[in-house]
Design a protein around this ligand. Structure first.
Ligand code: FMN
Length: 127
């Protein structure tokens, strides 16, 4: 099992409806390739946690990174994990205030990603 977490900046015109579109499509695709995870959006930034097989996650991330609905796509961490953390979620989601997203990113980096799944689950209330 493999995970990749990145942040990005949304194109200025992105709306809540656009995020919902991204999610609908993502969930169908992720379901078919056994990717799970969570997507937070706040203050014009995305934070996404993807988990699944290494090749699948890498291929999906490459597609996401090339998507022109966002830019400044920056990997925070990637690597092997022991087990799936978001097994019930083709892609969980929460739209949060920008300061919450900023604080969350700082907290998970400071914690060296040890509690990242629990932190993100709590924010999205998907525990
Ligand atoms: C912030 C963001 C998150 C995305 N997350 C996913 C995802 O989890 N899974 C996925 O298949 N596509 C995701 N996409 C969409 C992909 O970038 C791409 O549009 C989609 O996979 C369709 O690709 P295709 O047109 O080449 O089939 C995301 C896009 C953005 C902007």
């Amino acid at each position: 099992m493999y995970r990749l977490i990145y942040t990005s900046t949304a194109k200025a015109h992105i709306t809540k409806a656009n995020v919902e579109d991204i999610l609908l499509n993502s969930r169908v695709k992720n379901h078919s390739v056994l990717i799970t995870g969570i997507l937070l959006f706040g203050g014009g930034h995305f934070l996404q946690y993807l988990e699944g097989g290494e090749d699948t996650v890498t291929r999906t991330f490459d597609r996401i990174a090339a998507d022109d609905r966002h830019y400044e796509v920056t990997i925070l961490t990637k690597g092997a994990i022991e087990f799936r953390e978001f097994s019930r979620w083709d892609m969980a989601n929460k739209i949060v205030p920008s300061d919450i997203l900023d604080d969350t990113i700082k907290a998970i980096v400071r914690d060296d990603f040890r509690n990242v799944a629990a932190t993100l689950s709590a924010i999205a209330e998907v525990g």
